[in-house]
Design a protein around this ligand. Structure first.
Ligand code: 5GP
Length: 194
């Protein structure tokens, strides 16, 4: 099997990383999405084993104790999300590179674990003000929850310097083209363990 790699996207909430991730999955057939495990309840239309592996808190805890996770985080109060080692192996077994859409701390853990086999990309909104506006325009949050998200975003923005690349998402078309280029360059690079 060819040497397989990991591409990790992370961003403060509202920066637009999911759109970028979906685009890459569409244009690159050699990449597959890492389905995370999580304890939150499925949203309308979400399917276990496609969007997430939806687990009960007990099931999640058991997997933590078994050492089944490469990383996991309590992303929101009492809601856990994590990457299963078996998921990475499943995708590598299919001959794919693995693409992640995970929170900032999870992204740093994966990067630390896989070193130069992993590329970590921080997607950034053009400014904090734009991002705040995007979050407010969603109108899905009450004021307390919005404040919580905005505070989380402020904290997440301070992590940018720890990532391999920053992708600024001001013009979407340009950001998509840039993402394609970054990934293409990374996947053609030889690493010492290749
Ligand atoms: P949502 O509940 O909106 O699907 O996701 C909430 C947050 O959890 C997002 O920031 C998403 O990137 C993050 N997330 C999803 N899967 C994982 C994972 O496996 N590990 C970590 N650390 N974060 C994750």
């Amino acid at each position: 099997m060819d040497h397989k790699k990991l591409i990790i996207f992370t961003a403060p909430s509202g920066a637009g990383k999911t759109t970028i991730v979906r685009h890459l999955l569409k244009v690159r057939k050699d990449i597959s999405f890492s389905i995370s495990a999580c304890t939150r309840t499925p949203r309308y239309g979400e399917v276990s084993g496609m969007d997430y592996y939806f687990l009960s808190s007990d099931e999640f805890k058991r997997k933590v104790e078994n050492g089944d996770f490469v990383e996991y985080e309590e992303v929101y109060d009492n809601q856990f999300y994590g990457t299963l080692r078996s998921e990475i192996e499943r995708l590598w077994g299919l001959g794919k590179h693995v693409l992640f859409d995970i929170d900032v701390k999870g992204a740093l853990s994966i990067k630390q674990k896989y070193g130069e086999d992993a590329l970590s990309i921080f997607v950034k909104p053009p400014s904090f003000e734009v991002l705040k506006e995007r979050l407010m325009n969603r109108k899905t949050e009450d004021e307390a929850s919005l404040r919580k998200r905005i505070n989380r975003v402020k904290e997440e923005m301070t992590y940018e310097r720890h990532f391999d690349m920053t992708l600024i998402n001001s013009d979407l078309k340009q950001a998509l083209a840039e993402a394609e280029e970054i990934v293409a360059n990374f996947l053609t690079l030889e690493t010492s363990s290749s």
